[in-house]
Design a protein. Structure first.
Ligand code: HEM
Ligand SMILES: *[C@@H]1O[C@H](CO)[C@@H](O)[C@H](O)[C@H]1NC(C)=O
Ligand SMILES: *[C@@H]1O[C@H](CO)[C@@H](O)[C@H](O)[C@H]1NC(C)=O
Ligand SMILES: CC(=O)N[C@H]1CO[C@H](CO)[C@@H](O)[C@@H]1O
Length: 510
């Protein structure tokens, strides 16, 4: 009898002890609330439903703006309010300046060495310094303004040619925007365009387009292997990892060839030429001065980062903005009137006009509020224990800031689902800056913000100046959100456009 009791009592007692001590321990640690029930091993992964930012917004709505979740083996701090986000990106900015080691970072971010996935430290600081100085500085941006203008004008000509004369024609806009931003980036990087007319090397262009397609197909998979290492050991993700390795090889190979080509051309034609320097020229001249630091690998890394961080984000924003305008013709008319008043119809809009077009900028900012290209920003990670909202956050915790939820929260925004550009006047920066933060903030904030605003502003403004736009039918443009890293529109936008008589002449001359 005694034996039976103790064989029952022991495990029970043990369990109780574990429970109590764990409870006390947690109390003492004062961790943030842990949200809904977490299962053993998978934690909160069972909640993963797409789109993730919407699921996480619902959870925060029930359990609060600061939660410590568990995605498999990873601790995740989920932040869903402007004031908590502010605390993470100001007081604790250095602590959270790390990036978690996710698989995308390993393969597409080159073993975490490249700027967007590099851990916070000297290497990242250096990369960031180089790109701020050599790529994103306003002098450099200015240097490439011709490239952006000529690419946008080439899009205008293309649209005018297809839509022809004075009738409305239906066009698929998603690929137009995508090809525009890829051409802009590759022209700035290497002086080459791979889409549309005047493509020099067709075979090279085909290879490039192929690589781009695969990158976006693979980049968009949300990878459970990141959170459940067991699955990786068992080999469930071998297929994906193999594809990522293969893709990385081809991307590196492609850019290595571009570098060789640039080097040869650089030595053949003497510098002083009138032609615009490309980013590769700039990086290669840095390499000449400091060959140890600016290795080919470093240069390749920088370029790949620009391509993957800078193209579909900007293109997607243009697509959402135009979709919103088609559904809100009054805003479209107002933007057109603003451009007619400030720029007129005697010349084409230019980047330097953007500062005088506040309504156009409000449209872009309102678009970024409703459809931020990085709805959960990019994950950060704490490098040591820190305090947020009075709670203790352990080191190595992944930080997810649900910017989409913050920017669409009725607590901060009147009728958040309504497209209302006027509300954006004066928002951005300042004391309520943390309720609108589509580019992130702090040390890891987006360095491409200035470039993105110029490209999107120039493209959208020019399309509005030169064309009249309408929906394909009576029904509204379908605004369903697709799945993927950058909040893509589920159905590619189709729109009808017709050149405006007043600007038709300008387009044919440009
Ligand atoms: C509408 C367009 C864009 C949006 C909404 C956007 C948004 C963001 C966001 C939210 C982050 C992460 C911030 C954080 O982790 O807190 C980021 C990082 C980054 N973005 Fe952008 N971005 C855009 C365009 C661009 C462009 C055009 C480029 C460059 C050509 C660029 C380059 C980068 C880089 C390199 C990082 C990583 C920075 C780091 O980890 O140190 N982005 N972007
Ligand atoms: C990444 O780095 C680790 C060591 O830090 C190394 O073992 C591995 O081979 C590297 N992988 C790639 C793809 O470079
Ligand atoms: C829109 O956002 C940009 C980029 O953050 C900012 O510089 C600008 O002041 C904002 N413009 C308006 C009109 O809100
Ligand atoms: C900029 C940078 O850190 N470059 C890295 C990016 O990827 C290459 C290819 O694997 C690495 O070798 C570089 O060090």
């Amino acid at each position: 009898m005694e034996v039976v009791v103790s064989s029952f009592a022991y495990p029970l007692l043990l369990l109780a002890l574990v429970f109590i001590s764990k409870h006390l321990f947690l109390k003492r640690q004062n961790l943030p609330p842990s949200g809904p029930l977490a299962f053993p091993i998978i934690g909160h992964l069972y909640l993963f439903k797409k789109p993730l930012y919407r699921t996480l917004a619902d959870i925060a709505g029930v359990y609060g703006p600061i939660l410590l979740l568990r995605f498999g083996s990873r601790r995740v701090l989920l932040v869903t309010s402007p004031s908590v986000a502010e605390e993470c990106f100001t007081t604790n900015d250095i602590v959270f300046a790390n990036r978690p080691r996710l698989l995308v970072g390993k393969y597409l971010g080159f073993n975490y060495t490249n700027i967007s996935w590099a851990p916070y430290g000297n290497h990242w600081r250096n990369l960031r310094r180089i790109s701020t100085l050599e790529i994103f500085s306003s002098t450099r941006l200015q240097m490439f303004s011709n490239v952006r203008i000529s690419e946008v004008r080439s899009l205008l000509r293309r649209l005018a040619a297809v839509s022809g004369g004075d009738t409305f024609r239906t066009l698929e806009m998603k690929s137009m925007f995508f090809e525009l931003t890829l051409n802009v980036m590759m022209m700035m990087i290497a002086g080459k365009r791979y889409y549309g007319d005047k493509v020099m090397d067709l075979e090279e262009a085909r290879r490039f387009r192929e690589i781009v397609k695969e990158t976006f197909a693979l980049g968009g998979v949300s990878n459970f292997g990141d959170f459940l290492p067991v699955l990786r050991w068992v080999g469930v993700f071998k297929g994906l990892e193999k594809k990522l390795v293969n893709l990385q090889g081809r991307r590196t190979g492609f850019l290595q060839e571009l570098i060789e080509e640039h080097r040869m051309v650089g030595t053949k034609t003497q510098p002083k030429e009138e032609k615009t320097k490309t980013m590769l020229d700039v990086l290669l001249s840095l390499q000449e001065a400091e060959p140890h630091y600016y290795t080919d690998e470093i240069i390749i890394g920088i370029i790949l980062t620009l391509l993957s961080a800078g193209t579909d984000t900007s293109a997607g924003t243009m697509e959402w903005a135009l979709s919103l305008l088609l559904n809100n013709p009054k805003a479209l008319k107002k933007a057109q009137a603003e451009i007619d008043a400030k720029v007129g119809q005697g010349r084409l809009l230019d980047e330097s006009d953007l500062a005088n077009l506040p309504y156009l900028l409000c449209i872009i900012n309102e678009t970024l509020r409703m459809y931020p290209a990085a709805p959960l920003l990019v994950p950060h990670e704490s490098s040591k224990e820190c305090i947020v909202e009075g709670f203790t956050v352990p080191r190595d915790t992944m930080l997810l800031v649900n910017m989409w939820a913050i920017q669409n929260d009725p607590k901060s925004w009147v009728e958040p689902t309504k497209f209302w550009p006027e509300r954006m006047e004066g928002v951005g920066g300042g004391k309520d800056g943390f309720k609108w933060m589509p580019f992130g903030s702090g040390r890891r904030g987006c360095p491409g913000e200035g470039l993105a605003m110029r490209v999107v502003g120039l493209a959208l403004g020019s399309l509005i100046q030169c064309f009249d736009w309408e929906r394909v039918g009576e029904e509204m443009v379908d605004m369903e959100e697709g799945t993927g890293l950058t909040l893509p529109k589920a159905k590619p936008l189709e729109a009808r456009c017709r050149p405006r008589l007043s600007t038709l002449g300008l387009i044919s001359q440009c």
